[in-house]
Write a protein that binds this ligand. Structure first.
Ligand SMILES: [Zn+2]
Length: 492
């Protein structure tokens, strides 16, 4: 992939993911193929969240005075808010904002819902569209004015400790989600000047796209009591005292789908994880003049068998050349192709083509055990794609000892560069200027990020961090003693 930007633009059109000709800048139409990927991606996250959260749905419009209540929060969004000013021809007394995010829509209602300590914790999520007037160059799924698929969770807790614990739970939720999608990620704590407006701190997930720039794919915010105080969300303790609650919120957007497409794709087009592929298996009949009927009938039965086994299957019986079908399904990223011709029927075989490895093999379809084979091949495809993605991701993370080295690494190889830093805001901003990058965040063992079921890769990383944290080091920029290891990158 020589030019990722061009590749991405073309594949969205060619694979019928979205139509970007909608006449409002930054807003796009989901086409059937894209919508299916979106739907299966959402289902994965919903299944995870449904174990601990309840789904709700709040209105799109937020009254001006509610949005403005939390001063820091509104300041963070003021340049990005779309306003509804009229109802028909009548000017509204109170302007209404299209939600840029939903804290100020939800929390006035939370103050009515939260009564007693026995109500807590509360965990909700909703999947909605949000609107932001982006002034930078827009790009489908990556920088948009209508985020069509914002998955936002909001939780309410009695104590600070429970709130901290929820941040860890949220991190677990996203790790599980991204692991299923095979998307690699770096988890870090955003610097204070880049946290969510109104939050105590923000933890973010970043991945790396093929052009070496990082893409933020999920964030978790500890809101502490800031919003509780603004919106008067209190609960009655067992002793009858009234206390403010603690809150978290976390979200992920259309960018998750952008990263599925970008990270797994190749020069042949999409390569979709079986978990989200609109069709996991496509059946292509190999037809000759003689015995065509028999082959079509056999394939039709095969379609039924696989569908009954719970797989998403497409039987491509269109009257076009098989080669054209191959090309199209490879471009659309169908994980597994099954080719069946007269000889295969005779030998009770089928030819299987794996999109991830671009390899063919022959499997027996003599007994119904072949369905287990198909399922394990699909699992292996998902695993292989994930391993490949993590390998490439880790090749893009490097250490630097001097600021010149950091600048050179970023310039030549992009990706994420890690080094020792004092943690001071002025120094950090100077650094961002000098190297012309963004500070992604800080790796902190205090965040307790790594005490969960781990991949081998992360374990190696922990060793590295622990080793480095114990050593006395200097800030790469100002020379003061380093307090942390920070990460920089060119970001989307
Ligand atoms: Zn410094």
């Amino acid at each position: 992939m020589t030019d990722f930007s061009e590749w991405f633009h073309n594949i969205l059109e060619e694979a019928e993911i979205i139509d970007d000709r909608y006449p409002v800048k930054g807003m796009h139409v989901w086409k059937p193929q894209g919508f299916k990927i979106r739907k299966y991606t959402l289902e994965i996250l919903q299944n995870i969240l449904d174990r601990t959260h309840e789904e709700v749905l709040f209105p799109l419009l937020i009254p001006e005075d509610e949005l403005a209540k939390e001063a820091i929060h509104v300041k963070g969004f003021e340049e990005e808010v779309y306003w509804v000013t009229h109802g028909g021809l009548t000017e509204l007394n109170k302007k209404l904002a299209l939600r840029p995010t939903s804290e100020t829509a939800m929390y006035p209602i939370f103050s009515l819902w939260v009564r007693s300590h026995s109500d807590l914790p509360m965990r909700f999520y909703q999947i909605v569209n949000t609107f932001r007037y982006e002034t930078k160059h827009t790009r489908p799924l990556i920088r948009v004015r209508e985020i069509t698929t914002f998955k936002e969770a909001h939780t309410v807790h009695a104590t600070e400790e429970e709130c901290e614990q929820e941040v860890q739970n949220a991190i677990k939720v996203y790790r599980e989600f991204f692991d299923i999608l095979g998307i690699p990620y770096m988890i870090s704590k955003r610097p204070q000047w880049d946290k969510f407006p109104g939050a105590k701190y923000t933890v973010a997930f970043d991945t790396i796209l093929p052009d070496g720039k990082t893409l933020q794919i999920g964030t978790v915010h500890n809101l502490d009591q800031t919003f509780a105080k603004t919106f008067d969300i209190k609960y009655e303790t067992a002793e009858g005292e009234h206390e403010y609650v603690y809150q978290t919120c976390y979200g992920a957007s259309d960018r998750v789908i952008a990263s599925i497409i970008g990270i797994h794709g190749d020069e042949k087009g999409l390569c979709l994880p079986p978990a989200v592929a609109p069709y996991q298996v496509v059946i292509v009949p190999i037809i000759f003049k003689k015995g065509a009927e028999e082959v079509l009938e056999f394939c039709k039965d095969m379609e039924t068998t696989l569908k009954n086994a719970g797989l998403r299957v497409y039987f491509d019986d269109r009257d076009i050349r098989a080669g054209k079908k191959f090309y199209e399904h490879e471009m659309r990223g169908v994980p597994l192709r099954m080719e069946i011709g007269p000889r295969d029927i005779e030998n009770k075989n089928a030819v299987i083509f794996r999109r991830d490895k671009l390899e063919k093999e022959t499997i027996s379809i003599d007994s119904n055990e072949f369905i287990d084979d198909i399922n394990s091949i699909l699992d292996d495809i998902g695993q292989n794609m994930k391993d490949k993605a993590w390998k490439s991701f880790n090749n893009h993370i490097r250490d630097a000892e001097t600021i010149e080295e950091a600048a050179r690494e970023i310039e030549e190889n992009r990706g994420i560069v890690a080094f020792h830093w004092c943690g001071d805001e002025a120094c950090g901003k100077e650094l961002e200027e000098k190297v012309r990058v963004d500070i992604l965040g800080i790796r902190e063992s205090k965040l307790d990020l790594y005490k969960m079921p781990l991949t081998e890769i992360i374990e190696q990383e922990i060793d590295l961090i622990q080793k480095e944290e114990t050593a006395a080091r200097e800030c790469i920029n100002c020379g003061k003693s380093a307090t942390c290891k920070t990460l920089i990158a060119k970001t989307y």
